[in-house]
Design a protein around this ligand. Structure first.
Ligand code: OGA
Ligand code: NI
Length: 286
């Protein structure tokens, strides 16, 4: 509990081992996601305009406003890839486990923050809708000119609790702490947890959402699967009154705004790769 509290406060990131998700399932997830990329995505990526723009780019320049990655998003009710044997079944099983894990992680945060048990989860499930749970299956293919493009540009995550199952071998994820970038080193079958902008607001800034980015690499195809437990689009998010001086008086004056998460996402869609403070300002004005 203390270690998690410390890392939430100081880093906004930590790696979870002994998380209770079976190794057998994690091995299957790696297998189906690797096969899915090979079978259903790789060819397209190699023929994409992005691939061509990079080959055409003169030396010394950098491709801006793009990321060297291939992404699909799995939700409860969208269409999932169906050609790769076992992909749907395995990923459904994986998502069910990760949804449970999110619940456990949020309870640990509740307790560490001195909030009633279930506080964060309830906040995310408010507004008459269930929390928004998504899974991004990302691949970062080997990049012929890694110094000329980002794997994924620096950003903070918009949502709540993010759980990343990253490649065992190929690194590239970095987190910013005190002005310096640190590697999030691959650790076999661990789950990397980080807190998004909504946890920063709820915790009234005790748990900051940290900047992170992915470096493109010349060798190896990096897989990462990011699952996010976010508020429902209709949920109202605000600093927990218990964490605001004087028990909630002057919440507005203190800094973090109160807003509807869907409004925040509209702002985020335009400003994902910018600092979060102007997003808080913009949503306050809505
Ligand atoms: C993200 C993210 C990191 C990674 O999807 O928001 O930060 O390693 N991903 O893919
Ligand atoms: Ni991110």
């Amino acid at each position: 509990m203390a270690l998690i509290a410390k890392h939430c406060e100081e880093w906004g990131f930590f790696q979870l081992v002994n998380h209770g998700i079976s190794e057998e399932l994690l091995e299957r997830v790696k297998k189906v996601c690797t096969e899915f990329f090979k079978l259903e995505r790789e060819q397209n990526f190699k023929q994409s305009p992005l691939f061509k723009s990079l080959s055409d780019l003169p030396d010394g320049q950098k491709l801006e406003n793009v990321d060297w990655e291939d992404v699909i998003t799995l939700l409860d009710h969208n269409e999932w890839p169906s050609k790769t044997l076992g992909f749907k079944e395995t990923m459904a099983e994986y998502r069910a486990e990760l949804r449970k894990l999110a619940g456990q992680v949020m309870e640990v945060m509740d307790e560490n923050l001195g909030l009633p048990k279930g506080y964060i989860k309830n906040a995310f499930n408010s507004g008459g809708e269930e929390a928004f749970f998504g899974t991004k299956v990302n691949h970062y293919p080997p990049c012929p000119k890694p110094e000329m493009v980002n794997g994924l540009r620096a950003h903070t995550d918009a949502g709540g609790v993010i759980m990343l199952f990253q490649d065992d071998v190929v690194g590239g994820l970095e987190v910013l702490k005190d002005g310096e970038w640190f590697d999030v080193q691959p650790m076999r079958n661990s789950i990397v947890i980080n807190t998004g902008d909504q946890v920063e607001v709820l915790s009234n800034g005790r748990y900051k959402s940290a900047w992170h980015r992915v470096q493109a690499k010349p060798d190896g195809n990096r897989m990462s699967i990011a699952s996010f437990y976010n508020p429902s689009m209709k949920a109202t998010i605000a600093p927990a009154p218990q964490l605001v001086e004087n028990g909630g008086v002057g919440v507005e004056a203190f800094g973090y705004p109160e807003f509807v998460f869907g409004d925040y996402m509209s702002v985020y869609a335009e400003q994902k790769f910018d600092p979060k403070e102007p997003r808080f300002q913009a949503v306050r004005a809505m």
